[in-house]
Ligand binder design. Structure first.
Ligand code: F6P
Length: 548
């Protein structure tokens, strides 16, 4: 396995960057009427325009060489082939099996995992139909009106994002809620107004040991039992579990018949396609959930079989590398112009940053090149009135992804057209900018006094040349959404492969968890162990406030 910086294409890209760093996208567009055609991909119903990127044919060629030289093709094959590419945890990485809609078997340790995947999908269908159809009853015989998903990280963000994104497909009389934070405010506020007799809890945890989830689940169980007069048989009607840990599920008191299994080859942040997505299936029905899987499967096939030069996730991944490693961009903004996609940036934050926020390579060497970017963002147009100022005129270069549908799920006056116009305008403004001369001429035409012209023109100058991609699709359907999410998953994979890091462990979350376990009894009044002076003083201050 090779360090990317030692690859010939890496050096060539460095030299090439020197050639083009001073050139402007505006001039490239002016010189080349075909630029958009050459740097865009039409895949099914999705149009991916990446022409507003600081790339030329030569850049694209060199980036594609980098992908080839880094052995990306073999890495893709290894993932789809069930090899244990998560080497630190000695696990296969097979979220693609969860949405494999073909007859193709997928093997882990010589065993085809597809029968188990299909069995759980059938179990999800049966259960979700019972709940949605009102046959699943609470302990007093009433049908379920509210579902509360208790989970955190991948057991929350993915399902929460998809459920929100697919709001127009929801069953109206079944509300789905999410509780993640161990801060009791999350659970308390969610339970306000809910009725124990008609509330169903999904306890979703791969390990079934996560402190936040288990604490919330225990408090939810107490809330139920208060209403059920302590009758523990009520638990079976109101609690189901999604986990890989059957033993812990049973120990919690959940009937194993009410457990939905998944497997250690599904990473938390890649798990919404498994029974972790049960809340999605309850909200939109199993047919819609399977459409979501279908969309992801189609993207998997595209990723697996399409030459890199026309491969959407490969192109996206390479563009990210171009900015992170050659332009020194440290962050990446995701800007869905869709209120239903308001949790999309949150999901991508975990997906990308927990996967590629790494500092050692596959051989344990500390890397001397940038890896995963800081991913952030929020919906347009809201972001325009917040941080877009920085995107347009700051000293930072932030590559952006815009996402927008041609059709809304609603028809309310001009709203959607205004939304789309803003989305396209922002991408255009970032690319074109406005020169000092243009700004000055506009001000002059407005009659601004001569002595103010230069100052105001400087403030109103936009450098432009700020890169962005834009996804345009007809409508945010379950299938399109499935494809988009899978596309981002594979983009993260491409980058991890080129950076030669393990995108599938998350050791960086462990240390804080360990220390919290030590500090907890100290906050309760136990003997304070060894800490730095700052932590000790804070523990003492906390204890002081407990006595007042
Ligand atoms: O944040 C660390 C992490 O392990 C994530 O990767 C995972 O999605 C989350 O915690 C929740 O874990 P679990 O599903 O085991 O409760």
């Amino acid at each position: 396995m090779t360090t990317p910086t030692a690859l010939p294409a890496w050096n060539a890209l460095q030299a090439h960057w020197q050639e083009i760093a001073g050139q402007h996208l505006r001039d490239w567009f002016a010189a080349d009427p075909q630029r958009c055609q050459r740097f865009s991909l039409r895949w099914g119903d999705i149009l991916f325009d990446y022409s507003k990127h600081r790339i030329t044919d030569k850049t694209q060629g060199l980036l594609l060489q980098l992908a080839q030289q880094s052995g990306l093709a073999a890495r893709i094959e290894a993932m789809f082939g069930g090899e244990k590419i998560n080497i630190t945890e000695d696990r296969a990485v097979l979220h693609v099996a969860l949405r494999n809609r073909s007859d193709r078997p997928i093997y882990v340790d010589g065993e085809d995992v597809m029968p188990a995947v299909r069995r759980v999908l059938t179990q999800m269908r049966r259960f979700s139909e019972q709940v949605r159809g009102g046959q699943w009853r609470g302990f007093t015989g009433r049908p379920i009106t509210d579902v509360v998903n208790i989970g955190i990280g991948g057991s929350d963000l993915g399902p929460r994002m998809v459920t929100t994104a697919l709001t127009p497909y929801h069953k109206e009389d079944l509300r789905v809620h999410y509780v993640a934070n161990v801060d009791e405010a999350d659970l308390i506020e969610t339970l306000k107004g809910l009725d124990q007799e008609t509330t169903l809890f999904l306890v979703v945890s791969k390990t079934f040991t996560t402190q936040e989830t288990m604490t919330n689940a225990r408090s939810a169980r107490d809330w139920l039992l208060t209403a059920a007069g302590g009758d523990e048989t009520a638990i079976a009607r109101h609690f189901v579990a999604v986990s890989t840990n059957r033993h812990a599920v049973q120990a919690f008191g959940i009937d194993p018949d009410n457990m939905f299994e998944f497997w250690d080859w599904v990473g938390g942040r890649y798990s919404l396609w498994s029974a972790v997505g049960l809340s999605i299936a309850l909200a939109v029905g199993m047919d819609r959930f399977e459409e979501l899987l279908q969309g992801a499967f189609e993207m998997d096939e595209h990723f697996r079989t399409t030459p890199f030069s026309r491969n959407l996730p490969v192109i996206m991944g390479l563009l990210g590398i171009w900015y992170a490693n050659f332009f020194g961009a440290e962050s990446h903004a995701v800007l869905p112009y869709d209120q239903y996609l308001r949790h999309f940036p949150d999901h991508l934050q975990q997906l990308d940053m927990e996967s590629n926020g790494k500092r050692v390579d596959l051989e344990g060497r500390v890397v001397d090149y940038a890896t995963g970017p800081i991913v952030w963002g929020q919906t347009g147009t809201n972001g325009q009135h917040s941080f877009f100022q920085l995107l347009h005129q700051s000293t930072h270069l932030v590559p952006c992804d815009f996402l927008v549908a041609a059709h809304s799920h609603h028809e309310l006056g001009d709203h959607h057209r205004i939304l789309v116009a803003n989305c396209l305008a922002q991408a255009e403004a970032l690319m074109r900018g406005r020169t000092f001369e243009e700004a000055r001429a506009e001000l002059e035409a407005e009659g601004v006094p001569e002595d103010r012209l230069d100052l105001l023109a400087a403030a109103k100058t936009f450098p432009g040349n700020r890169p962005s991609s834009l996804f345009l699709y007809p409508k945010l359907t379950p299938r399109i959404l499935g494809s988009l999410i899978a596309c981002y998953e594979h983009k993260v994979f491409v980058q991890g492969a080129i950076w030669n890091i393990n995108s599938f462990d998350q050791m960086g979350v462990e240390l804080g968890k360990q220390l919290a376990r030590r500090i907890l009894p100290e906050l309760e009044g136990g003997q304070i162990g060894e800490h730095d002076a700052s932590t000790r003083a804070l523990i003492e201050a906390y204890r002081h406030w407990q006595t007042r």
